[in-house]
Design a protein around this ligand. Structure first.
Ligand SMILES: O=C(O)C(=O)C[C@]1(C(=O)O)C=C[C@@H](O)C=C1
Length: 262
């Protein structure tokens, strides 16, 4: 069965459509907003990210890394990273899939495998994003907070690395101009050509509205109907997109394009 967020592939030409990728990005907004709302119910719990806190018996490093590595290993065995839509945070220590792959059509250039900016995403998420939407403090609820981090990180990473599909679609739509810029190694020119400000504006407005809608307190009290109380500040969600998610998606697009003719 094709996953709901999968990029739509034109079977005959194995080409990827920009509309299809944009639809996938819109659906991923729901996943990201919901996952941020889930994580926002716990405080930051800084000890989880402390490499020297010694929270996991017999293990070096932070609890969050332990949790992510073990989960990624299990998901790798179940075949998650066989898909070109998935990028692991700890790709060096992954076991092979134990499940036969059912996907045969590849829509990206093989160099796509070399584009993985999860190290940057990890740093941005823990050091910049989390403090903006999780309250200060420590409630000791580490297993659930780590599970929420995992969901947020995977959804954000998936969104950002969809930049490869966006870039492929744009390259196919205007191969001549992209080829010229790629040959000239013109990063700024590529960035300018792939940027569509009107689309970015719509994305920011839409995620703000989704955060308002999904994160509103629901009450049956007709007088105090809860409107105006949000589980996560909608403006913060728009800011996460504006300052990090969209710029990092564009970085993936440029990195992919620069290798597209290799
Ligand atoms: O939809 C596109 O054209 C994209 O490249 C994706 C995206 C985004 O991250 O949302 C990034 C760059 C564009 O300026 C607009 C939107």
């Amino acid at each position: 069965m094709v996953k709901a967020e999968s990029v739509s592939v034109n079977d005959s030409a194995s080409a990827v459509s920009l509309d299809g990728v944009r639809d996938a990005l819109i659906r991923l907004e729901d996943t990201i907003v919901f996952s941020l709302i889930e994580r926002a119910q716990y405080p930051i719990n800084s000890a989880m990210y402390d490499e020297s806190a010694g929270l996991v018996a017999g293990q070096r490093g932070s609890l969050i890394k332990f949790f992510m590595k073990r989960t990624e290993a299990l998901q790798a065995e179940a075949g998650r990273y066989e898909s070109e839509e998935e990028n692991a945070f700890f790709p060096d220590c992954l076991p092979c899939s134990l499940v036969p792959s059912r996907r045969s059509t590849s829509v990206l250039h093989p160099v796509a495998k070399m584009v993985n900016i999860n190290k940057d995403i990890w740093d941005v998420y823990i050091n910049r994003l989390l403090p903006l939407f999780a309250a200060q403090g420590d409630d000791g609820n580490y297993a659930l907070a780590a599970a929420s981090d995992l969901t947020c990180l995977q959804a954000i990473s998936r969104r950002i690395h969809y930049g490869k599909f966006v870039a492929e679609a744009k390259f196919l739509d205007d191969s001549q101009e992209y080829t010229r810029l790629i040959r000239a190694r013109d990063r700024n020119g590529l960035m300018k050509l792939l940027t569509v400000e009107a689309v970015e504006k719509m994305v920011k407005l839409r995620v703000e509205k989704k955060a308002e809608t999904f994160g509103q307190e629901v009450t049956l009290d007709p007088i105090n109907n809860g409107s105006g109380n949000y589980k996560i500040d909608p403006l913060v969600v728009a800011r996460l997109y504006e300052e990090w998610l969209i710029p990092l998606t564009k970085e993936v697009e440029v990195e992919y394009l620069l290798r597209r003719l290799d």
